[in-house]
Design a binder for this molecule. Sequence first.
Ligand code: ADP
Length: 227
Amino acid sequence: MSEITLQIEGLSKTYLAGTPGEVSVLRGADLTLRAGEVVALVAPSGAGKSTLLQIAGLLDVADAGTVQIGGQDMTGAGERKRTRVRRQDVGFVYQFHHLLPEFTALENIVLPQLANGVSQRAAEARGVELLALVGLKDRAAHRPAALSGGEQQRVAFCRALANSPRILLADEPTGNLDPATSDQVFEVLMRLVSETGLSALIATHNLELASRMDRVLHLEDGVLRAG
Ligand code: ADP
């Protein structure tokens, strides 16, 4: 079996714990993600998908439970360690691309690598390689506004993969695209995962897309169930 990239055990999260308006979003969620697999995270809006992804990606902390990334237990890790592991091992993609508008597609992929200590030359080479992988090599010098919605999302995938993370966490990555474009972007995503040996957890409420992933997990009443 391939290496475990992400392991979550007994994750609980309540917003505004102890107040009358409290919302218990996660109630003991467990998840194991292995290298090379694409897992769908399916639940209706408000069920806690983003919360789970934020905690898995070390952007938020749980009230209870553990998160292990690449075998490292992150429970109780300090902010410096969390930031380092997040930068090296986790890539995020959201419903909206969040590319920096004043920079080109290539620069948007280069910047996170520079922040991670990679040289300009190596970062550009990696950026061009990733753009070629998603079929956008000839759009390297375009700014986001000069790209279509599908192209913007493909660049956002490249940016998320720039530092060769182990895990890609995507929150409704095709939610803002028309069905044909969504399909195309999804195909690109599947190819990226199979060519890089990454693992991906993708929140979606598109059941058709979910059924094309390796596994489907449903988030219901704060726990994950195989679907
Ligand atoms: P999903 O991604 O499935 O739509 P979320 O994780 O965004 O769900 O939200 C789950 C629930 O937690 C929602 O009811 C939402 O209102 C609530 N929630 C999310 N973030 C916060 C927060 N920072 N403070 C209070 N409640 C929140």
